[in-house]
Design a protein around this ligand. Structure first.
Ligand SMILES: [Zn+2]
Length: 283
């Protein structure tokens, strides 16, 4: 269940069936930093108990990559572990306090456009068969641009990056381990009609990511990948972003040029991404 990626960084894999993102833990000599709290107390408990059993952990802190339910709802599992996030994350979580999470209430919020069906469906799945007591825990410590946490022999630099997926998105870099935890910062906008990417914003985020000399890159809903694999994939997306900026609505030319640049034929998934990048140009 627990995977040890480097000497002092361990994680639990994502589970797409209940929209559980990867959870990470940095094992400092003095403190353990949990990266993201998970989508439920159950999710947090599974990971933290396993970490506690396999490694000697002392006190802990938890840092959120962004406010989305699947990353934050597990925080109530350990209310004594200080929760660290951006001020924007705090602001995004605050309106969720005290909401009713029953099927009926979720459905009603979806009808009124306050929630999206994608999240409502997965909340129902994750909390199926267990008492649906969802307590939203607000951050105890907030920061604006960046913060560095020293955990004893290892540290974590948290940098606010933003983007269309979530305005409060952060990346977390562990220099001693060369691990960059990206959360969903490279993901599409999901709360705002059909999913889309914003080409210029995507390129801006990639420029920020480039500053970290990481060996491992972790996107929350995927798996850890090496620098080589990550950059091959991201460079392809950057080529597409530039083509979309250049050719705007000319889908045929964009698809043709992208296939030429990346040296392969486009599959259905590639074409869906082209569509999502083109949608973003009209926002
Ligand atoms: Zn997200």
């Amino acid at each position: 269940m627990i995977n040890q990626l480097t000497n002092r960084f361990v994680y639990m894999s994502a589970d797409g069936t209940v929209d559980r993102p990867i959870l990470g833990a940095i094992l400092g000599e003095e403190q353990t930093l949990y990266i993201d709290a998970g989508n439920s107390k159950r999710h947090a408990k599974t990971f933290r108990e396993a970490v506690g059993k396999n490694y000697s952990t002392r006190s802990s802190m938890t840092a959120l990559t962004h406010w989305h339910w699947d990353h934050s709802f597990g925080a109530a599992y350990d209310p004594l572990s200080p929760l660290i996030a951006t001020g924007l994350t705090y602001q995004a979580l605050q309106p969720l306090l005290g909401l009713d999470w029953s099927d009926e209430a979720l459905d009603e919020r979806v009808r009124q456009g306050q929630e999206i069906a994608f999240c409502a469906d997965y909340i129902k799945k994750e909390y199926e068969g267990v008492e649906r007591v969802i307590q939203v825990k607000l951050p105890d410590i907030t920061f604006t641009d960046s913060i560095t946490l020293y955990l004893g022999g290892v540290s974590c630099h948290i940098q606010h990056v933003g983007g269309v997926h979530a305005q409060d998105s952060c990346v977390m870099y562990i220099p001693e381990e060369k691990v960059l935890f990206l959360g969903d910062v490279l993901g599409p906008a999901i709360y705002d009609g059909p999913r889309y990417y914003a080409a210029r914003d995507f390129l801006r985020i990639v420029e920020k990511i480039k500053k970290y000399p990481a060996a491992w890159y972790i996107e929350s809903h995927y798996r850890p990948v090496t620098a080589e694999e990550f950059w091959q994939d991201i460079n392809e997306s950057c080529v597409l972003a530039e083509l979309v900026i250049k050719f705007k609505d000319n889908k045929q030319v964009i698809e043709r040029e992208w296939a030429k640049c990346i040296g392969r034929e486009l599959g259905d998934e590639d074409k869906a991404v082209v569509h999502q990048f083109m949608l973003g140009e009209h926002r």
